[in-house]
Design a protein around this ligand. Sequence first.
Ligand code: URP
Ligand code: ZN
Ligand code: ZN
Length: 474
Amino acid sequence: MTRTLITGGTVVSPSGRSPFDVLIDGETIAALYAPGQVEAQGVTADRTIDATGKYVIPGGIDVHTHMELPFGGTNASDTFETGTTAAAWGGVTTIVDFAVQNTGGNVIDGLGAWHEKAAGNCAIDYAFHQIVGGVDDESLKAMRYLTEHEGVTSFKLFMAYPGVFYSDDGQILRAMQTAGDIGATIMMHAENGIAIDVLVQQALARGETDPKYHSSTRPSALEGEATSRAIVLAAVAGNIPLYIVHLSASEALAAVAEARDQSRNVFAETCPQYLYLTVEETLAKPDFEGAKWVCSPPIRSAHDTHPHHADMWKGLRSNDLAIVSTDHCPFCFKDQKELGRGDFSKIPNGMGSVEHRMELLYQGVVAGEITLERWVETCCTTPARMFGMYPKKGIIAPGADGDVVVWDPNGHTSIGYEKKHHMNIDHSSWEGYEIDGKVDTVISRGLVVMEDDTFTGRKGHGQFVKRGLSQYLV
Ligand code: URP
Ligand code: ZN
Ligand code: ZN
């Protein structure tokens, strides 16, 4: 059992920052020592990591990834091995991926298939949510089974993608009622997919086939409408825990804020793409290059009537947005995004960010959008509490897993395909982004998986995390 001592750093938690030395014994954090105590108590270790001048934070937790997801006639290009390795490069020590029940398929089989994909392949720990693509008596029964026996306690439903994962309002209500019975969380992709499909067909009929029309046919009002509807349905089901995923629109945020003002069990996440990217800089690029940024909800226009980016940052500060995840769902440009040349609706939806979430959000700290503590809270601690993994994950405290990131605020990170890029995608959605800070060292359950700009982890180190219920319910 290796004893690792991290000395001289500043430990950051949601509630503050303090100088502590951190001892990891085997896979677990054993103790925190005030300056001088290691020497005074004669604490010894097999290896010492000097974190002087650096921050020591809990390992990042990305609660929204799609490794190997079959979507749009192809599969997301990161495997559990490549995706979790890239995550480790980015200071992430746990992902929560989505097992899939396709419409007409079986939930338990879907979860089994995801276990097969991930087992023995992950560099960091992993857990699962379950996509329910067909709400019926059998899948409702399976929700109970997964929650009570499998450590899968959150279920994603879709108000978008008719004919793929879509659930109608009646199905949503039934799934929410079941979630209420068992204490599980309903995660909602809140876009009005039926109305969107009409707009998409009308755009294509007008010859509007370029990637930028992906955004104009998914207006923010239809995200706001679906979010409000989901919130109403969750109330009718008995104030069940509702978590809005990948929230991008000011109107949707307003609906979440209103529900939260009424002390409802409504929570939401956003993603880096909705904090930084605009249609004009991405989807509108010529020669089909914009396809790289086709994801849903779409990236919003800088000229929209709502200041979406500013509102997302505000939502992060006010806690109406509790978490930043990535919705990591990468597709290569060649042969994958290209499936939609001449018809934007056939471009596989998703982009890759799992490696860069901690970096991109830290730049928000540098820019004064959020505090250092809020960075840790939204990227590390709240994800653990929201999805039943705290205090094993998300905190630097005795007894917690030895998942630790040493962050160098004086370092620098240049993101780009030829620069820092370890995801299995043939381009970077974050090309040219410069970060005033750097992932220095990453430790996953006591194992150093990244240091000195070298991946030192291994496939198979990552273990499945059985999760409990959300720890935020009122
Ligand atoms: O574009 C996206 N978001 N792709 C992944 C599937 C989803 O809806 O989360
Ligand atoms: Zn979604
Ligand atoms: Zn997603």
